[in-house]
Design a protein around this ligand. Structure first.
Ligand SMILES: [Zn+2]
Length: 67
C-alpha cells in the first residue's frame, strides 16, 4: 500500500545526515527505503554497493581534510 503511494506520488525524501562530506543519503518517509546520489546526481537505491562506496568516499575525504 505504501509502496503504491510512492509510485503514484513519488517518494518523500528526507535527507539522512550520516556523513560530513558531500555524500548524500535519503530515506523515504513513506516506504522507509534508503536512497543515495550516484556520481551523476541521480537518485538511486542505497544498495550494499553504494553504502560501501559512500563509506570509502567519506573516509577518503576525512583523511584529506585531516592533513
Ligand atoms: Zn517511498
Amino acid at each position: 500500500m505504501r509502496k503504491l503511494l510512492c509510485k503514484i506520488k513519488g517518494h518523500q525524501f528526507e535527507s539522512i545526515k550520516r556523513y560530513s562530506t558531500q555524500v548524500k543519503e535519503y530515506q523515504c518517509s513513506c516506504c522507509k527505503q534508503k536512497y543515495t546520489e550516484d556520481g551523476y546526481g541521480q537518485i538511486v537505491r542505497l544498495t550494499k554497493y553504494w553504502e560501501t562506496n559512500n563509506l570509502l568516499f567519506e573516509q577518503h575525504f576525512s583523511n584529506r581534510t585531516a592533513i
